[in-house]
Design a protein around this ligand. Structure first.
Ligand code: NAD
Ligand code: DAU
Length: 336
């Protein structure tokens, strides 16, 4: 099988490429990534010389390039490429629409033209909006995205649905909850708080810190996508999550405790505009129809993740580049 994986130098995409090359040593992976601030080839060092992995630096909005790559014989496209950070989407929505909506449509056109066997859109639970204190997102929950990021992801999802309905393109959409694990860019809650705590800097907690996220170890997300590629029913959406809901304060307390740092580092700052209160995934469909089951327990997964960031300090200090610092000053300057 030949897979075209987009965004395979980012957090989840690189974990997925490493996972698939290990699970299916005979599969060929063409990894397409434009290497934005979030793409990092260091994540793929261990497969640099693997002849079944080819890296191509390209933008998914480049229709000519995507056409050329898909024309070379691709069975499945897995689309991870996206602008993924909610706070950035509040500052600069345009690039989110360009990559997450237009980029998806460009890929769909190439997929349709060359009649690939499946298009998997890696989406997010954020397209469903926010939950109150009870209930879970199911695949039939209406789409009510609240941020420019989530609305651009919802736009991509709707195009995927439309290409299935209108052109008969075989597709699946996965909607996963918050991932954590190795190689996550240190702008996201867990790696950001680890890096700040290690530097004894204050940890910016938005609002009252009681917003709830449903955490899943990244390898469990990869195994879900693997199953969807091989067994997903045409046109179906699959929610992915492991029922690990935690408030942001609980997450930060766990990090501080494991690093032996004081709670006084927690600093409550101005809330994120449009901040979704709670996410919670009902994964019944993927579990019962495809037999998916997460392997990682949250308590051990978070400990292993913190240990990974401690052991790989060089990885995240290197990517805290000039460009990152500039964004960071813009983003947090007004909050702290
Ligand atoms: P990430 O920001 O770490 O990685 C995104 C990758 O896409 C980067 O390597 C970047 O260089 C690449 N990219 C961005 N724009 C591109 C373009 N125009 N052309 C080609 N490549 C481009 O994101 P992530 O956290 O790994 O998320 C991957 C996907 O999974 C996204 O689609 C996201 O919406 C989805 N998702 C993420 C989570 C999460 O918790 N992180 C949860 C559910 C779904
Ligand atoms: O639910 C899936 C989504 O999870 C993905 O689709 C997104 O790509 C991914 O970025 C993530 O979105 P969140 O907004 O939930 O993740 P983030 O790490 O930015 O924030 C997690 C929570 O922590 C959220 O409630 C905001 C809060 N937060 C975040 C940061 C960066 C803080 O309190 N302080 C911070 O500095």
């Amino acid at each position: 099988m030949k897979l075209l994986v987009t965004g395979g130098a980012g957090f989840i995409g690189s974990n997925f490429v490493l996972y698939m090359l290990e699970q299916y040593p005979e599969y060929k992976i063409v990894n397409v990534d434009s290497l934005t601030y979030a793409g990092n080839l260091e994540n793929l060092k261990s497969v640099e010389s693997n002849p079944n992995h080819t890296f191509i630096k390209a933008d998914i909005t480049d229709a000519k390039m995507m056409d050329e790559l898909v024309s070379q014989g691709v069975d499945v496209i897995v689309n991870f490429a996206a602008e993924s950070h909610v706070d950035r989407s509040i500052l600069e929505p345009d690039v989110f629409v360009k990559t997450n909506v237009l980029g998806t449509q460009v890929l769909l056109d190439a997929a349709r033209k060359y009649e690939i066997t499946k298009f998997v859109q890696v989406s997010t639970d954020e397209v469903y909006g926010t939950l109150g204190e009870t209930g879970f997102f199911t695949e039939t929950t209406p789409l009510e995205p609240n941020s420019p990021y989530s609305s651009s992801k919802a736009g991509g999802d709707l195009l995927v649905r439309a290409y299935n309905e209108t052109f008969g393109l075989p597709v699946n959409i996965t909607r996963c909850s918050n991932n954590y694990g190795p190689y996550q860019f240190p702008e996201k809650l867990i790696p950001l708080m680890i890096s700040k705590a290690l530097a004894d800097e204050s940890l910016p907690i938005y609002g009252d810190g009681l917003n709830v996220r449903d955490w899943l170890y990244v390898e469990d997300h990869c195994s879900a996508i693997d199953l969807v590629i091989h067994k997903g029913k045409n046109g179906e959406v699959y929610n992915v999550g492991g029922h690990n809901e935690r408030t942001n304060i609980q997450i930060v307390e766990t990090i501080l405790e494991q690093l032996g740092k004081p709670g006084s580092l927690m600093t409550f700052v101005k809330d994120r505009p449009g901040h979704d209160r709670r996410y919670g995934i009902d994964p019944t469909k993927i579990m019962s129809e495809l037999g998916w089951k997460p392997k990682h327990n949250f308590e051990t997964g978070i400990k292993e993740t913190i240990a990974w960031y401690l052991q790989n300090k060089e990885w995240w200090t290197r990517i805290q580049s000039g460009a990152y610092q500039e964004y960071y000053a813009k983003q947090y300057g007004e909050r702290l």
